[in-house]
Structure formats: structure tokens, C-alpha cells
Ligand binder design. Sequence first.
Ligand SMILES: Cc1ncc(COP(=O)(O)O)c(C=O)c1O
Length: 399
Amino acid sequence: MADAQPSLSRRARRLAAPDADVWRVHEAALERLAAGDDIILLSVGDPDFPTPEPIKQHTLAQLAADRTHYSPALGEPALRQAIADLETRTTGRPFEPEQFVIFPGATAALFTTFACIADSGAEVVVPEPMYIGYRGIFAALGISVVSVPLDATRNFRLDPDRVIDAINANTCAVVLNTPGNPGGNIIAVESLARIANACRQRGIWLVCDEVYSLFTFEEPHISLLRATDNLDNIVVIDGLSKSHAMSGWRIGWAVAPPDLVQALGDFSGSAFFGSCQFVQDGAAYALAHDEPFVQKMCDEYQARRDYLVQRIAGIDGLVCAPPQAGMFVMLDVSAITADGGRFAQALLDVARISTIPGVGFGATTRSYVRVSLTQPVGVLEEACDRINQSLPAIEAACA
Ligand SMILES: Cc1ncc(COP(=O)(O)O)c(C=O)c1O
């Protein structure tokens, strides 16, 4: 009998590169970079700063002290305590370690949260543009997205009424991201409170991803944990990838009500069986000793934002508003082409600069590209010079 071919699950097939087109320019850029081409990478959201030295040293000492064994599924007590202390400090309301679950990254925290709150076929309401990574999670779990456009003309401002109006009988959760990737928008505290109220009245979850909370420029970030009094239907996700330049360490967490904490722990016990001990020790140390490093990185992102926005203002055909927070600037290229993907390809071909086509974040930003601030001002200067010099060729390539 001929061998039969085992098949992949429907879930795996749903996941098969739903956003392949979005990464095409970035992947081509990486290939050219590896081949020695002089490419400027402005496509990734991975901080270019090294993890601060004291955090590395503390973690190495924990590794040397054999903190290399299994860890509780809910996370190391010292890290859960450090996060509770952080949230107590920043929100002014008391938090206990039992309210937090540690995951190998915010992505795992998000995946597990949706696995525990949404059945296959459920819907979530999500403002758009939205973080690219949500799509894979929703696809894997069979969750449908009802998107609500943010107002691109007003710095990607969120209208809470539009979000609330999009909730229907199939909605199991509203998903917010503040400060937002890619829009760099901060959701107003009143909007957070109103949406939280509406979700609670309808018996649905409100999940808020706050991984850029420490990189805000003029206005502070106000956590949903502070914006609303009742946390019974609230899940907040955060992590150290961005704030502490620790993306490869894989540290994220969820704060959730008790039943959900239990479910997250059960799921995590089956899926991950805990996170690395010495890495969690390093994360706890990072949270207790972070202020000078985090502030320095935030100031640097702000200086890069200011530089880029001011240079773009001098380039005909390109428009951008200064983001309020985060690590990205959205470039409106609609005066050149309605297709940001075409622009991104031309920018790579002509000026050797890689960006992410705005359509990756949803149809609302089809005529945008996302520029990452993970390069120093000197590199951004070179990128702007190249764009300036090659704009006619870029326009011709987009025609
Ligand atoms: C909004 C948002 N949430 C979550 C993540 C993923 O974070 P982590 O590295 O902790 O998985 C990212 C990474 O780019 C992000 O931009």
C-alpha cells in the first residue's frame, strides 16, 4: 500500500502566512542586507538598544546560582510581586501578585488570554490600524475581527462611540492597544472608562495591550487599570520587550480577575510549562531598577521622532503627524500612490530603505507605510537624504 500523507490541522492551515505580502519588502531587505547591500532597515519593531548592563549582570549571577529549573506556571513569585509593585505605583491602586500571570512574551499572554475567553467563531471588536501580530492569534483561534477605523486625520484618535456601536451579540471582547502600534496614539482616559463600562454592561471582556506604556512623549499613558474602577471584565497585557529593550528575553504578563488567572495558569501549564527562572529573576530586577534606562531610551525615541517628522515635513508628497508615543511613525504616501505596498517596494528598490506597508495593519492605512524609530538619528538622516534625492524615481516606480 502506498504511504498516505498525514494532514495539517485546519488551524495550521489558517495560520499559513496570512500576512506574507506585508513582510515581503522586509524579507527582501534582509536578504539584500545579508548579501552586503547597503540597506536601511526601518521595518522592525525590535529596539536597537542593548538590554541595560546591570540587568544582564544580575541575570548572569542568577544563572550562575543555578536558577535554571522549572518555574510555577503562573510565574515566579518575585516577578509577580515586582509587577504588582509597579502597577500599584503607576495606578495608585493596590495590586497583589496573585492578579498577574507571567508568560514567555506579551504574544503568549495575548494568545493564552484569547484562548481562554473566546471560542472558535466568536468575534472581537478591534480598532484599526491594529498591531500585525493580532491577526495570527485570531486566525489560529478561529476568532473573527470586527474592525473600527481610527481617525487617521486626527493622529489615529479613537472614537469610543464607534467602538461601542460595533459590539454585537457575537462579540466576546473589545481589544484596545494604547499606546498604539502602529498609530502611536494614546487612548484618552475617558474613552477607556466609557468602553470599559459598556463592555461590563454587556458582559464582555475588554483586553488592553499596553506594551508601549513607558514610551510616551508629551502626554502620559494612563493604564486601563487606572481608568476604570471595576476590573471584573478587564485584562491588561504588558511586557518588557520594548520598554526595557528585552525582546529576546520573552517576558510578558497579563493582569486579570481571579477565575481568568486560574484559567490562564491552567492553559499556560499545558502550553508552556512556565518561563525560564533566571530570565524572570532578571525581569524582576529590571522592574525595580529601571527608571534611568527607560527614561534614556524614551528620550532617544522622542529625539528620533522629532527629527524624522521635521525632515518629512520638508519632503513634497509625504505627510506624517508626530505620534504621541511608541516606536513608529506612519507616513501618508497617498499624494504619490494609494498603495503603500507599492511605495514600500519602490522605496526599497530605489532608495534601499525597508518599511512595512500600511495595509498590514488594516485597510484604513492602505496608503501609508510604517517607519520604525529603531535607528539612531544619523541613520534616519541618511534615510531622509536618500528619499529626498530619489523621490522622482520612487514616484516613477509607483506610477
Ligand atoms: C502592540 C504589540 N503587542 C505585543 C507585541 C509583542 O510583544 P512581545 O515581544 O512581548 O511578544 C508587540 C510587538 O511588536 C506589539 O507591538
